[in-house]
Design a protein around this ligand. Structure first.
Ligand SMILES: [Zn+2]
Length: 59
């Protein structure tokens, strides 16, 4: 489980307490405290879920 102060890599992370999402845009970014509840642990949101929302490629 990624925690504040770690660099878990680019991706979407979700606070398990209130569902607040934080997006890291690069592998060099450090996870910060949840802006909503100051929580310090995150769940990694699966990339499959993200790609499922991607529109189909133009043909
Ligand atoms: Zn939170």
């Amino acid at each position: 489980m990624p925690a504040v102060g770690e660099k878990p890599g680019a991706g979407v992370y979700e606070c398990p307490f209130d569902g607040q999402r934080v997006i890291l845009e690069s592998d060099a970014e450090v996870l910060m405290e949840c802006p909503s509840c100051e929580g310090f642990l995150y769940l990694s949101v699966s990339h499959e879920e993200e790609s499922a929302e991607t529109p189909a490629r133009p043909s």
